[in-house]
Ligand binder design. Structure first.
Ligand SMILES: NC(=O)c1ccc[n+]([C@@H]2O[C@H](COP(=O)([O-])OP(=O)(O)OC[C@H]3O[C@@H](n4cnc5c(N)ncnc54)[C@H](O)[C@@H]3O)[C@@H](O)[C@H]2O)c1
Length: 355
């Protein structure tokens, strides 16, 4: 079993590489990652040291590089593709959308074309092949106070990021409809957990709160996100690879809606207890309301009953457990955060955030 994981040096990808190596002993993982500012080889140092090349190989490269992608398919007889590679930060897409179109749309197209070329060859065993495309609930747009996103909710993306992911989802599904390529799309809610780049809401707030720095809160702080622990996302993806039906979409979520302000206050209160107050002040006093993001979606909420019922997957971690694990991971890995914030691994960190 040869698995091509793209974007494996990012947040969810690096957690998934570790998860699949541990839980799928027969698998060889090839990680194709361009190492943009969001891709960090340090996320997989333990994997590089702990697994032989027969289990894990890293290839630096762009999913939009047709020759490189074809060479991987040709050389390694790929069975599963798990496509995490993407430009993923909404604020960056608002400032500079072009890269989002290149990677998220054209890059996904190049992967699909390679799969079409090598998997639809009569000598290939198509029944073993799966192309799982990792997408987001942001393709559905924003919800009011009521209702949930289901797999049949119409796409209505708000940002260049979500529009580019929506376009890639349509392409992936079109390759199933047109060529019978065994593709599956997963749309998950907001993830949190170890190795998340510290410009996203939860790691940024942890990092700033530890240091006693200001906690920038968009708008009125009442935007609602439906939080999913990254380890639960990984187990849902493995269930999808093993039991998912080609041509299907699966929403992945943990039924865990929280207002942003409530998440940040939980982090502040935990750190106050764990580390003591900062300068004799509770950390909640560090929260500073800043002008809202353009086109900021109000609420996301996932109906995950399809994946529960059809693939027998359910989350194992509550938000209360997951947030403590996450805060403790960041406290134990502040050097990892510092390396990113001071630009040792990447181009200059811009200090913006998105949720
Ligand atoms: N983070 C979330 O909450 C969330 C929720 C739902 C869906 N998703 C989706 O999951 C996937 C992974 O998200 P993440 O938060 O881990 O992202 P991330 O930004 O942390 O990581 C993205 C990875 O892709 C790599 N990459 C970017 N462009 C590339 C290219 N052209 N070729 C090869 N590699 C490239 C980067 O170097 C990085 O390692 C994305 O597709 C995203 O849309 C994320």
């Amino acid at each position: 079993m040869n698995i091509l994981i793209t974007g494996g040096c990012g947040f969810i990808g690096s957690n998934f590489v570790r998860h699949i190596l541990k839980n799928h002993p027969g698998a060889t993982v090839i990680n194709l990652d361009k190492l943009t500012y969001a891709g960090n080889p340090a996320n997989l140092t333990d994997v590089e040291r702990g697994y032989a090349p027969s289990r894990y190989q890293f290839i630096k490269g762009d999913i939009a590089d047709k020759e490189k992608v074809e060479a991987i398919f040709r050389g390694s007889n790929i069975d599963w593709v798990v496509n995490f590679a993407a430009e993923s930060h909404v604020d960056r897409s608002i400032d500079k959308p072009a890269e989002f179109l290149h990677t998220n749309i054209f890059g996904t197209f190049c992967l699909l074309e390679a799969a079409r070329k090598f998997w639809l060859d009569p000598t290939a065993d198509i029944t073993k092949k799966r192309f799982v495309h990792i997408s987001t609930d942001e393709v559905y747009g924003s919800l009011s106070d009521k209702g949930y996103f289901t797999e049949t909710t119409a796409y209505n993306p708000s940002s260049p990021y979500s529009a580019s992911k929506a376009a890639s989802d349509h392409l992936v599904y079109a390759y199933y409809r047109t060529y019978s390529l065994p593709t599956i799309i997963t749309n998950s809610s907001n993830n949190y957990g170890p190795y998340q780049f510290p410009e996203k809401l939860i790691p940024l707030m942890i990092s700033n709160a530890v240091k006693g720095k200001s906690l920038p809160m968009y708008g009125d702080g009442e935007n609602v996100r439906d939080w999913l622990y990254v380890g639960d996302h990984c187990s849902a993806l493995l269930a999808t690879l093993k039991r998912g039906e080609p041509g299907q979409k699966y929403n992945i979520g943990a039924n865990c809606e929280k207002r942003n302000i409530d998440v940040v206050e939980m982090i502040c209160d935990y750190l106050d207890k764990r580390l003591g107050l900062t300068g004799a002040r509770p950390r909640r006093e560090l929260i500073e309301y800043v002008p809202d993001r353009l086109g900021h979606d109000r609420r996301y909420a996932i109906d995950a009953s399809k994946i529960h019922n059809e693939l027998q997957w359910k989350p194992s971690v509550t938000f209360e457990e997951g947030i403590v694990e996450t805060i403790e991971w960041y406290l134990n890995n502040m050097a990892w955060v510092e390396d990113i914030e001071t630009g040792r691994y990447r181009v200059k960190y811009r200090g913006k955030r998105h949720d």
